[in-house]
Design a binder for this molecule. Structure first.
Ligand code: ADP
Ligand code: MG
Length: 699
């Protein structure tokens, strides 16, 4: 541990003790996640400004987020009719000018701007009265700063840090400079020489300095990769150890492919399996017939045929004398699976049961059947494995629609006494990089092919002003006996925007537009029982139109529904829109999806919607979604197990992630406990920073 002591020391020196910081500013820095001196050194600039005025405005477009240096030409206070004064500051880059505008500002602001001085500006370029404009830009006056230490004065490229109220760039730069001048020698390496060499990374001490002080933007970008790699690498060491641990336990069931029930099912199917389905079945069977416990994620778009693939796996367990369970997120979905299974298994000697929630007649007997092994395929909700349900000999558990399943829950499942093989089904295709980080412990199978003869859903983007034309299109379908969904975004009470929320849309359609049709409203705040009842009516064709919030996102199969209208489609993420669209087009007929966009659309929203109209490929859409929104948004807040990367970017750095994963797996394969001398640094860092996390997930 000797070498590591310094690192820990730097980690433990409170930033408060740095010259100029003190208690108050330390509290502000804490808001930025900076507690120790090392934290401050690892707080990377969010951008860099160049002091030199360099004509670039002519290449920029309205709507772009721009950052550049310019000279202040004039300052003007324009009175408004309401007695306020709008602050206008004219700047130019030597060729063209633009106006920076503040509609509200602290009283001292106008005096700050002096014609002739240089200013750095960052903001969204707009246009007003034929002239370029930026409203409320971020800025920094670059000349006249008397209190700037000499070091920064002589620099052309300056770091721009994340700030919080009460801190300024000048202060941050001073703190960072102080930290490095005092403690640079204490910065410790965290990668072994052979990895630095392999990837041509600078030593950590040098790399950190580059991030703050370099005058070469290319070098800075290059150096950031080192830090991204560190994060990826150590998180993959965790997954690699996890995998090794499993494989060494050999605690799983070794199934044998008897080709009885599975072959019987194959011969009975009214269709042939797609190539992708066959491949995934092979992958699953290979896992199940090995001694290891299987943990496999099956990804595929809605309708790609994940259920039948799962059924094959379940039958393999049954023909080996085991029970198999399928868990669905809602009771209605469990029921849907149950009915499909009964239909597909008709004539085969397999006892399939559905265990519902609540108390009902016959439930005790059902549980008895599960306990003594007579029930071979058991379907239900998650309560199946959590409550007082005992299996005789559970060999396989499949979890449906489970993209929000955290690693701790997976641990809980895998830890069940009999060590059943595990299949997770996800209709939300996840980009490769995310799967590798969030599901790093799982093997991944992809059903990336649709059964033949599917008609892709025709998708149209319509402006809210054309809503009437959409209603006419919907009516045409209704007249032919089809059903339609209308989906609205969830509306928070606090939002006073003129949103057409589900309730109002429902009333509008019922009272004004579709008076002769049967309409129901379903929303998230309803009791589960009511939601269930409404979904059942719609599924049975007893209602024509279902107006809902996003609660229908999770997959109920209504083959007769042929229209999906999404209100305020600009407010939904791509993955969500794709999910919603997947609710229609499940029958043989052409289906339609109307995405209603409310003006004005941001360029991001426009890009999302046009992606939807161009593609029906869930994997492609998922990649695009990740790119546009980033991983946090992609999964939503409640995603457990999503790693927080400070330096790495799951979109930009995918190739680096693959490399880091390969490095980590090959090192752990060779030296699981990191005991080799050349792995000493790895062992120290891993033990001090990652071991705790590992204890949560190793089982
Ligand atoms: P998923 O669970 O992936 O959304 P399902 O397994 O429910 O999809 O399959 C959707 C529909 O397609 C079902 O009615 C199923 O019987 C049918 N299906 C599955 N595989 C095929 C195939 N290879 N060819 C034709 N139809 C198929
Ligand atoms: Mg096995």
């Amino acid at each position: 541990m000797g070498k590591n002591e310094h690192q820990e020391a730097l980690n433990e020196i409170p930033v408060m003790y740095l010259k100029g910081v003190g208690e108050h500013r330390a509290r502000l820095l804490a808001k930025l996640g900076v507690h120790s001196v090392l934290d401050l050194m690892e707080l990377f600039p969010r951008t860099y400004l160049n002091r030199i005025v360099n004509p670039t405005l002519s290449q920029m477009q309205v709507g772009d987020l721009v950052s550049f240096s310019a000279e202040i030409s004039w300052v003007n206070l324009k009175p408004t009719s309401k007695g306020k004064k709008i602050l206008n500051v004219g700047v130019n880059d030597g060729q063209i000018g633009l106006v920076c505008v503040w509609f509200s500002y602290p009283p001292h602001l106008p005096q700050i701007f002096k014609p002739g001085s240089t200013i750095w500006i960052s903001g969204t370029l707009s246009s007003f009265n034929n002239s370029l404009q930026i409203n409320h830009p971020e800025f920094e006056i670059l000349t006249d700063s008397h209190d700037e230490p000499d070091f920064w004065k002589s620099r052309q490229l300056l770091p721009v840090y994340p700030l919080t109220e009460g801190l300024s760039q000048q202060l941050m730069r001073r703190f960072v400079l102080n930290a490095f001048s005092l403690y640079v020698d204490a910065i410790q390496e965290n990668l072994p020489p052979f990895l630095l060499e392999k990837h041509q990374f600078p030593p950590r001490r040098e790399a950190l300095q580059i991030m703050h002080f370099s005058q070469h933007i290319e070098l800075i970008h290059q150096t950031r990769l080192r830090f991204a790699y560190e994060e990826f690498f150590y998180s993959q060491v965790l997954w690699a150890r996890h995998r090794m641990y499993h494989e060494s336990k050999e605690a799983g069931i070794t199934f044998v492919n008897h080709r009885k029930l599975t072959t019987a099912l194959k011969n009975k199917l009214s269709f042939t399996l797609t190539k992708a389905q066959k491949r995934v079945i092979r992958e699953i069977f290979a896992d199940m017939c090995s001694a290891h416990q299987m943990s496999r994620l099956i990804q595929g778009d809605v309708g790609s045929g994940k259920t039948i693939v799962t059924l094959f796996a379940m039958l393999l367990a049954v023909e080996n004398g085991y029970q198999a369970a399928l868990m669905a997120p809602t009771e209605i979905l469990a029921e849907q699976h149950y009915q499909n299974f009964i239909r597909m298994l008709d004539g085969l000697p397999v006892r399939t049961v559905l265990l519902k929630g609540g108390n009902y007649k016959g439930k005790a007997e059902l549980k008895q059947e599960i306990a003594d092994g007579r029930a071979q395929l058991v379907l239900g909700t998650h309560a199946l494995i959590q409550k007082d349900v005992f299996f005789h000999k559970l060999g396989l558990v499949a979890v449906d629609e489970q993209h929000r399943f955290g690693v701790e829950q997976r641990a809980q499942l895998a830890g069940k006494e009999s060590h059943p093989d595990l299949i997770y089904l996800s209709a939300t295709p996840i980009p490769r990089s995310l799967a590798m980080t969030v599901y790093g412990d799982l093997q991944v199978s992809q059903i990336d092919e649709m059964p033949p003869n599917r008609k892709p859903v025709l998708t149209y983007i319509r402006s809210d002003r054309k809503f009437d034309t959409v209603l006419r299109d919907v009516e045409r379908e209704l007249k032919q006996g089809r059903q339609a969904y209308f989906v609205c975004p969830l509306v928070e009470e606090s939002e006073k925007l003129a949103l057409l929320d589900a309730q109002r849309l429902y009333e509008h359609l019922q009272q004004k537009v579709f008076k002769s049709y049967r309409i129901d409203l379903i929303h998230g705040r309803m009791p589960a029982k009511d939601k269930d009842a409404i979904m059942r009516k719609f599924k049975a064709g007893e209602t024509d139109i279902l107006v809902s919030t996003t609660v229908i996102e999770v997959g109920v199969d209504v083959a007769n529904a042929s229209v999906m209208v999404v209100e305020h489609a600009e407010r939904f993420g791509l993955a969500q829109l794709h999910q919603l669209r997947g609710r229609v087009g499940r029958g043989a007929d052409q289906a339609f999806c109307f995405l209603i966009g409310h003006q004005p659309l941001s360029s991001m929203a426009r890009e999302r919607l046009s992606t939807m109209s161009r593609s029906t490929d869930g994997f492609l859409i998922a990649e695009k979604d990740l790119e546009l929104r980033g991983p946090g948004e992609f999964f939503g807040q409640e995603q457990s197990g999503l790693p927080q990367f400070r330096f790495a970017n799951l979109v930009q750095d995918q190739a680096l992630l693959v490399t880091a994963r390969q490095d980590a797996f090959s090192i752990i394969q060779r030296d699981r406990q990191l005991m080799l001398p050349e792995h000493e640094i790895l062992r120290n860092i891993y033990m001090s920073k990652y071991k705790k996390k590992e204890e949560l997930i190793l089982y």
